[in-house]
Design a protein around this ligand. Sequence first.
Ligand code: ATP
Length: 334
Amino acid sequence: MSLQIKSVCKKFGEKQVLTGINISMEKGTFLALLGPSGCGKTTLLQAIAGLTSIDGGKIIIDGTVVSEEGREVPAEKRNIGMVFQDFALWPHMNVFENVAFGLTLRGIRGNELKYRVVETLAIFHMEDYVSRYPHELSGGQKQRIAMARAIAPKPQLILMDEPLSSLDAGLRDEMRYELVRIFKQLNMTVVYVTHDQMEAMSMADQIVILKNGRCEQIGVPESLYYEPVSEYVARFMGSANILRKKGEFTRSFIRPDDVQLIDSDNAVYFISNQNQIITGKILQCSFQGHKYRYFVDVSDFENPIEVTYPEKISIGEQVRLFLPPNKCRQLQSV
Ligand SMILES: Nc1ncnc2c1ncn2[C@@H]1O[C@H](COP(=O)(O)OP(=O)(O)OP(=O)(O)O)[C@@H](O)[C@H]1O
């Protein structure tokens, strides 16, 4: 299914929660909604689902307007799969019945029903839990059942609100991979809310960064990571050096991994403009596994520059840094 969100606005009382949101998704796209707590992610998801009304704009699914001011197609008629933060499993149904529910509504019965339920549960390693009731499951297990229930009927549009938040790191990594595999295999259109920029970058085709209910930037993960329009986006997408020379007002940005720490005089000769080499002192060092992360105090700049390097360097030692001009970007707003 395709999804268009056009100039969508939403208020709760006097509080404007969404302002002029515009998003256009082709069938089969995975879009991550990213932003800090309270920026409007869940509200936008609920508006798409038909669980909350909108005050302005339109939501269009496959060419049909499903929400506009004063007119809402009810949630159950939108044919959307959903996983919300509270899981909302039916407490009086066991795992099998919870996952089977959407399939039986579509007329699937007998052996095919059993096969589809168990097949979907197996993706989430929950096939041995068919007889358990929700109160007999942990938070992470409930979350996996909620995902299985949403995916089993193979909806063409699926909305997920932090679906992996209760899982531990190992299982979360595996589930990220499995979810993307299923979505792509079934060509599902997905809107996926997360706080976690690594999750958004590793899973999504497109990312929307929300700030106070507005779209701050929308694009492919690489463009948000390397070409952020603002400091807000730059910082939200990972570690960022915001460079401002003392006494200057313009700011630019470079990722720590793109700053080059020059470790030999030979390396200097490969840099055509020697003026771009700056000297500083190591202020702080932390071990990151396959590399070290340093903060380097450079006297011309307002803030220390963050850089990564494979070898250990002592605090206080002097180092030379090269900021490749093609990796530095001017920033617009704060
Ligand atoms: N039913 C409601 N009535 C009044 N205000 C609400 C309601 N639901 C949400 N809000 C407010 O709207 C704003 C956006 O909330 P929303 O849940 O969409 O944020 P979010 O980005 O999903 O946050 P989180 O990441 O913490 O879940 C918040 O300020 C919240 O307090």
